[in-house]
Design a protein around this ligand. Sequence first.
Ligand SMILES: O=C(O)CCC(=O)C(=O)O
Ligand SMILES: [Mn+2]
Length: 212
Amino acid sequence: MPPEQLALFAEPLPEGVTILRGFALSQAGAILAEVERIGEAAPFRAMQVPGGGTMSVAMTNCGAAGWVTDLRGYRYSPADPLTGQPWPDMPALIHDLAVRAADAAGFEGFQPDACLINRYEPGARMGLHQDRDEADRSAPIVSVSLGLSATFLFGGLKRSDPQARIALNHGDVVVWGGPARMAYHGIAPLKDGLHPELGRLRLNLTIRKALV
Ligand SMILES: O=C(O)CCC(=O)C(=O)O
Ligand SMILES: [Mn+2]
């Protein structure tokens, strides 16, 4: 293909961000089966934010630590506050996929210990935020998208910086770290639709190094 046509597919992104289109596609079914199993032990729930509101995204976790929010604030917890039990182990499949994605994006030696699983129904959104509750910010964030497509808003280090709008589809993986690790990002309200495997849902897994 001549370069001027290739450029049609180029996705200019801030330094430190890589989109691996379809990277998780061949393992989507296996990941979904694991998420179903995790959701049986640690049910998806709408968490409260410190201001008193409730998140529109339902969440659960797997791994040694899980991200939680309640009236006391945001933090990682070794146990599920709903059940009092440790979070389900992070499946090797999810751990290894994240390590390979981080490698492919230039972050070698990623040692994830936490995976937040977000479930979006139509209309659910995630406001602009930084991922700042992890102890080790030298590690990247690896994000796996499944089901309905979403618009990922990816800005800069200041909340007021302009944001790129990036479509994330079933099987896409995004990695951000280094100079982009503390970038503001969010998800626009999910548009309704029907995905052949997930129906009216989007799932997102963010695999992280949360503990020291
Ligand atoms: O759903 C997504 O793609 C992003 C999720 C996210 O930023 C988060 O869980 O911190
Ligand atoms: Mn985030």
